[in-house]
Design a protein around this ligand. Sequence first.
Ligand SMILES: N[C@H](CCC[C@H](N)C(=O)O)C(=O)O
Length: 288
Amino acid sequence: MKLRFTKMQGAGNDFVVIDATREPLRLDATQIRHLGDRRFGVGCDQILVIEASDEPGVDFRYRIFNNTGDEVEHCGNGARCFVRYVSEKGLSDKRSVKVRTVNRLLELHLRDDGRVSVNMGAPVFDFPSLPFDPTGLGVRREGGGELWTLPLADGDACEVAVLSMGNPHAVQRVADADHAPVAQRGPQVESHAAFPRRVNAGFLQVIDRGHVKLRVFERDAGETLTCGTGACAAVVAGIRLGWLDEAVEVQTRGGQLRIEWAGLSQGPDAPVWMTGPAQTVFEGEISL
Ligand SMILES: N[C@H](CCC[C@H](N)C(=O)O)C(=O)O
C-alpha cells in the first residue's frame, strides 16, 4: 500500500500526519512502527491520523499512536500541528476547529502571531481514571496538592505529582533540569507498578513563578524534545503545589510553550490552555 504523509513538528516533537478524512484507514501496529522507525521508515515520536467527524459541532476526529504502535489518549504538540495541517490542506477554512480524541474534546485556534493555542480540557486528578494505584506509597501535602513517594531501583526514590491530561503524567521537581537523571529515572517512573498503563515522566525545574524548564521521558517514546501534555501537567501540578502562578512560560529542549490554567481562581475544572509553534517539515509517500 502506498501512503501519502506529511512530516510536522511542534517545538521539536515530531509527527507523521495521515489524512484519513476521505476514506477510513486501518493501520496495524507493525505498519505504525514502520512509519515511526527513524532508520527503516519515516521516523517520528507519534503518528497522527485525521478522520472525518459525524458528530454535530465537532469538525474532525483525532487519533494518536506512539511510534511503538500503541494508540494513546492525547498529544498536545500534535494538536497544534493538527490544526495547522487542516488549514494548510484546505480541509477547513476555519481559524478555530473542534476535534474529538478518544476521551476529550479539544478546541484548536490558529493565532494571528503564527502560533497555535489549544484548549486542552481540564486536568483529571481521580486516580482510577488515570490510572494510578497509590497502595503502599508514602504521600505528603504541599500547597493544595500532594506528592507521592515512588521507590525506585537501588534504594533510589522520587516524589511525584500525579495527574492526567487525558494521558497520564508523573511530575517530579528537580533543581537543574539540564542535569536531571532523565535517562536513569525516566524509564523507572514510566514503568512503575503504580501506573497500570504506564506514565509520562516529567522533570520540572522552577526558575520563578512564571518560568520553568521541563524535560519529559514520554511513555513509549522516551525523552522527546518537548511534550505538550507534559507541559500542561507540569504547570498544573506546580500551580496546585503552590510553586507557580496561573500563566507560565515553559522552556523545553525543543522550544517554548505558554501554559495557562486558572485552577486556583476558577476551580479545578478550569481548562488548560497551551500556546506554541507548529510547522510542516516535508511531504512524502511510503510503501507499507
Ligand atoms: N507519549 C504520550 C503521547 C504523546 C504526548 C506528547 N507528545 C504531547 O505532545 O502531549 C503518551 O503515551 O501519553
